[in-house]
Design a protein around this ligand. Structure first.
Ligand code: ADP
Length: 293
């Protein structure tokens, strides 16, 4: 895509110290674009650009990229991951789903289970859910007790403390060469109902249906409030949140791929240049190979 034709992504980017409310971004927004071959072409173009950027990232081997995806059920996290991954070299990407913590995980501090999955230099790590569940589901369902925290530390200000810990953790990552990109797929309650119904009605999607998702719908408002507060408190310049209107799957895929391309393009990455000695050595190897043919 020509630079002048690039989508405007700033509207969806929350960087901190902003008076942000979830209702500022409509779940059905499509940035005045329409579904169709043009949008599909743009997505395919972005995936191609991502493939090239990943190659440079891998060759440069100094930055790692952490992509965090958070959303209500059926908002399209899996589809986005499939799309992004479709063009990437599997050697340089790892996807980690964050599920209900195991007994071993609950025996540690809540960030423990993330550390081993942070991206290596040159790699992209995708978190399907993340440590943000520890200020979302844990807050909405009051699960702190199961986290074995000392009683005297479980006070009202625990969420503010966790937001601060997450800001600090992400600042630490960014100061150590890990680029943190956070996405919240913002879907309406009506569209979620449509997608859950589709999971019931379409036999190929039955396996995706979970009665637990219906139960979580009862807590819709609490989740929206928790998301809003969490985004306000943890959006920073180092690790901004991107709120993605997700009622239209094609638009969410277009916007996420566009944001990834634009952010990766900002990184000062390049293919490593050879030193004069290495170049001379390469010329020697070339001669050796051609002479031996
Ligand atoms: P997904 O919905 O991401 O496709 P699952 O259906 O397996 O995957 O759901 C994972 C579940 O794990 C979600 O309900 C999520 O809230 C829960 N979960 C993730 N992290 C935590 C956590 N730290 N504490 C409690 N529950 C968690």
């Amino acid at each position: 895509m020509k630079e002048g034709d690039r989508m405007k992504i700033e509207k969806y980017c929350i960087r901190g110290n902003m008076d942000f409310h979830l209702c500022d971004i409509k779940t059905g927004d499509t940035s005045r674009l329409s579904r169709g071959p043009k949008a599909e072409e743009a997505i395919a173009g972005n995936i191609l650009e991502l493939t090239k950027l990943q190659d440079v990232l891998y060759a440069y081997n100094k930055y790692g990229v952490l992509v965090i995806l958070q959303a209500m059920d059926a908002a399209g996290k899996d589809g986005i991951i499939k799309h992004i991954m479709s063009g990437l070299n599997p050697q340089g990407v790892q996807v980690t789903p964050f599920k209900v913590p195991s007994a071993e995980e609950l025996d540690h501090d809540y960030l423990w289970r993330s550390h081993g999955h942070l991206p290596e230099r040159g790699n992209i790590a995708i978190f399907n859910r993340s440590y943000y569940e520890d200020v979302l589901v844990v807050k909405v369902h009051n699960l702190l007790e199961s986290q074995n925290m000392p009683d005297d530390l479980v006070k009202k200000d625990i969420w503010q403390k966790r937001y601060r810990q997450l800001r600090d953790f992400e600042q630490y990552m960014s100061e150590n060469g890990i680029v943190v990109m956070k996405f919240f797929l913002h879907i309406s309650m009506e569209e979620q109902a449509n997608r859950l119904l589709e999971r019931i009605d379409n036999p190929d999607k039955n396996w995706k249906f979970s009665a637990g998702d219906l139960n979580e719908r009862e807590f819709w408002t609490q989740y929206q409030n928790a998301y809003e507060e969490m985004i306000q408190a943890t959006a920073t310049v180092a690790a901004p949140w991107h709120v993605i209107p997700a009622d239209h799957k094609w638009f969410a895929r277009l916007l996420v791929s566009e944001i990834l391309v634009q952010r990766l393009k900002e990184l000062p990455i390049k293919y490593p240049a050879l030193s004069p000695e290495d170049e001379a050595a390469l010329a020697g190897f070339r001669k050796q190979l051609t002479d031996s043919r």
